[in-house]
Design a protein. Sequence first.
Length: 296
Amino acid sequence: MMNLSALKDCNICPRKCGVDRLKETGYCRSGINPIINTWQKHFGEEPAISGNRGSGTIFFSNCNLKCIFCQNFRISQLGYGREYSIEELSEMMMSLQESGVHNINFVTPTHFSLQIYEAILLSKEKGLKIPIVWNSNAFENVETLRKFKGLIEIYMPDFKYFDSEASFKYSDVKGYPDAAKKAILEMHKQVGYLELNENGVAEKGVLIRLLLLPGNINNIKKILEWIAENLGTETYISLMSQYYPTYKAEEFPELSRSITHKEYKFAKNIVESLGFENGYFQDVYPTPKWTPDFKK
């Protein structure tokens, strides 16, 4: 059982700020209560997540990274959203289940791990039965993830960078690659490979997202080789082409454009050459229309 008193010396993510979030905010600009912008039935995830009834997404505000190209920057960096109690978060989860969605999808949940843990337990008592998706940036503390064993059915990390130089330049974090690797290994240890039901909807397992950046800034080949070597080519991969310059990306010439068909084909060929058996490719058609309309 987690306890919110752990926020008094917050170490729930790899930054380990040590800030007393009962009185002030940490690097993530978040305190005691979950901050949420939107919750909805969402059809824009991978087919195994959205299915035909949608994914019950809950978009948390703020983040433990500062990605200068974040497509959800209005909530992750500008903090659009408002505080809710753990009871209210639980009510959202139950309402989404009643709407018929396939799963509860926590988007950018890491900095509210303790609060979400309590909300999951409360919702289980109320009859929550559908799978829970942990949709994160992979910058996770393994010790925190271990406490979710048996509560999270589907992990959907976005493995952002293989090199610390890039993670520091574009997301203000030097230790990202090592932290992401350890977190993804723990996720796989808990739930294994992605398992789909007879309708092609995920019930359990890991789905790794890879957002291609212009100029191969995130070193996609090294990431895929690491996944193949450490998790296996049975791992589900989602190779995303949807990058477009937004937020502060225009300040960095190398990120001030969308990816090209050639760049996507390069990455796709690596996926295939390494022998990955499962996953999703996208058409190269980036557009802001894919980003939810977040409330200010």
